[in-house]
Design a protein. Structure first.
Ligand code: AMP
Ligand code: ZN
Length: 112
């Protein structure tokens, strides 16, 4: 499958990995929008949250649990933001579901 994030998960394209297990991989975003900007993906190719199948809900909890662990490791004691962009209007540019973990600066709301 010609998917950038599947290739990163498989180690076929280099990335700065912070965490990996049988179900998930976390790596540094190549264009960081905050001092800490990590992407968390399931190894399984799921195009977006809108393509989530019954039975894969646990992956969402797992990605968030890994985000919490990395936030702790990165010392984000004052807070952080987790975001999942979905589809064209959601601002998704890579069609492999991913959770952004952003931290190390104050975030704004509403997002653009
Ligand atoms: P989104 O716009 O929510 O789909 O997020 C896609 C993210 O992937 C963006 O923040 C990009 O900077 C990031 N990205 C694209 N290519 C790479 C890559 N090769 N390695 C790491 N991050 C990437
Ligand atoms: Zn993929």
């Amino acid at each position: 499958m010609d998917c950038l994030f599947c290739k990163i998960a498989a180690g076929e394209i280099p990335a700065k990995k912070l965490y990996e297990d049988d179900d998930a991989v976390a790596f540094a975003d190549i264009h960081p929008q905050a001092p800490v900007h990590v992407l968390l993906i399931p190894r399984k190719h799921i195009a977006s949250l809108a393509h989530l199948s019954a039975g894969d809900e646990r992956l969402l909890g797992h990605l968030h649990a890994v985000a919490k662990k990395i936030a702790e490791e990165k010392g984000l004691t004052k807070g952080f933001r987790t975001v999942m962009n979905t589809g064209e209007e959601g601002g998704q540019t890579v069609d492999h579901m991913h959770l952004h973990l952003l931290g190390g600066r104050s975030m704004h709301w509403p997002p653009g």
